[in-house]
Design a protein around this ligand. Structure first.
Ligand code: URP
Ligand code: ZN
Ligand code: ZN
Length: 468
């Protein structure tokens, strides 16, 4: 094997979750081979003077080409979704292989591999979604899949086609405990939502903004507390996903203070959107329909504060891409429908890092926290570290060169996903990725996607979750 370097990044101001140092980065065979000064010349070089050099982002929660019920389709497949991700500085995505009720988990995984293969341009792992924990799934399939590199799975406490009852939740948590997996919990109380929805519809309240009335904070708070109680009962770590505001945070803090291994995730929508973005009656509010819904400015402040204080381990996009003007998207069958029939979810793969980085520029969190929340911790929790999540000798050369000063007004026309809108249209941020590399290959240069062979992205089998 030749000792020559393939690529050198010169004058790098490297920032990881724990350190900041200046050096050249030498890359060979897709991995970081050397960190040092005056490294030998390489056929390809990049001068990073005046910029920041960070580990590529790991998006630990996004939905790509997930099979949907009849009449709905996600706008992004693995090609458009991963292209968009890398343009926003993310070099690894972890979407979901979702089991539908009655289906074997292995069949869901096989189907999902077929959707990713030949399309992804960056590396990816899979979480599982367990919606039908039959005795066979619990005793055979889940343990086998965990051993084969699917070490995290999501369970839902709401959505009729996905939700588990309390007893099923306990069963799944107990398999996670026995086999060392991490369970992600969508915490909203299904019966409360159903009851409120029926009353709202009965009173003729059908507009998109009633989505938030059907899913108030108390509904999330109750389910969050219940999930924490289950984790305590089974004695297993859990991660509460897409936490929207103060009430749920209070429960998480309570669990953490009690010494329970309760982890939590939030998303940019809870930092930048509010219920006002669901509109006052106009259908365009459907663009911001996601669950839990965005809350109010006080809740936004509570989420920023909890980020700063370390209550959250990760910030993910929860990218769930449905186009607005699309009969398979936000207008089912081409119609403006009642709020409870609007597909839930918003796009955000490409804007996740710039929106959070803007918080660094505004002094809301440190640069090291930014790297920890968006790269290191998701890599560790989902078993991809040390290949992913840091810049170190031996790690994959997944590297983002950031321009911390670049001011950008977010516009859907400049994004690379296949969705026809962004909920962040017009928001101004400071800081944007300038160059982005996946396993030593520059995919974004000077802010432009320079092309990549569809399918170059590799599936990474996950190791055991690391909670340190
Ligand atoms: O509304 C959302 N969050 N849709 C995506 C699916 C999920 O629950 O994460
Ligand atoms: Zn969810
Ligand atoms: Zn999600």
């Amino acid at each position: 094997m030749s000792n020559e370097l393939d690529f050198v990044i010169r004058h790098a101001d490297v920032v990881t979750a724990s350190d900041r140092f200046s050096c050249d980065i030498g890359i060979r065979d897709g991995r970081v081979a050397m960190l040092g000064h005056d490294l030998p010349r390489a056929p390809r070089e990049l001068d990073a003077s005046g910029l920041l050099v960070l580990p590529g982002g790991v998006d630990g929660h996004c939905h790509l080409d997930q099979p949907m019920p009849e009449g709905m389709r996600m706008a992004d497949d693995f090609l458009s979704g991963t292209r968009s991700a890398v343009c926003g500085g993310t070099t690894t995505v972890i979407p979901f292989a979702a089991q539908h009720k009655g289906q074997s988990l292995q069949a869901a995984v096989d189907d999902y591999h077929a959707r990713a293969t030949g399309k992804a341009v960056i590396d990816y792992g899979f979480h599982l979604i367990v919606s039908d924990p039959s005795p066979h799934v619990l005793a055979d399939e889940l343990p086998r899949l965990i051993a084969n590199g699917y070490t995290s799975f999501k369970v839902y406490m709401t959505y009729d086609d996905l939700k588990l009852n309390d007893r099923e939740m306990l069963d799944v948590l107990s398999v996670a405990r026995a086999h060392g997996a991490l369970v992600m919990v969508h915490a909203e109380n299904s019966d409360c939502i159903g009851w409120l929805t029926e009353r709202l519809l009965g009173d003729g309240h059908v507009a998109p903004h009633f989505h938030a009335h059907a899913r108030p904070a108390v509904v999330e708070r109750e389910a969050t507390h219940r999930a924490i109680a289950f984790a305590e009962l089974v004695d297993v770590p859990i991660l509460i996903v897409h936490v929207s505001g103060a009430d749920a945070i209070e429960q998480i803090r309570w669990g953490q203070t009690r010494g329970l291994p309760i982890l939590a995730e939030t998303c940019p929508q809870y930092l930048y959107l509010t219920a006002a973005d669901l509109g006052g009656g106009e259908y365009e509010g459907a663009k911001c329909v996601c669950s839990p819904p965005p809350r109010d400015p006080e809740n936004q402040k509570a989420v920023w504060k909890a980020l700063r204080q370390g209550v959250f381990s990760i910030v993910s996009s929860d990218h769930a891409p449905f186009s607005y003007d699309d009969p398979l998207g936000k207008k089912p069958g081409g119609n403006e429908v009642a709020f409870n029939h609007i597909p839930n979810g918003i796009p955000g793969l490409e804007t996740r890092l710039p929106l959070l980085f803007n918080g660094v520029n505004e002094g809301r969190l440190s640069l090291h926290q930014f790297v920890e929340l968006t790269a290191l911790r998701p890599a560790k929790l989902y078993g991809l570290y040390p290949r992913k999540g840091t810049i170190a000798v031996g790690a994959d050369a997944d590297i983002v060169v950031w321009d911390p000063q670049r001011r950008v007004k977010i516009a859907n026309a400049s994004l690379h996903h296949a969705v026809d809108y962004t909920p962040y249209e017009g928001i101004e941020v400071t800081g944007w990725p300038r160059h982005c590399m996946s396993r030593g290959e520059l995919l974004v240069e000077d802010g432009r996607f320079v092309g990549a062979e569809a399918g170059r992205g590799q599936f990474i089998a996950a190791g055991r979750p690391c909670l340190d």
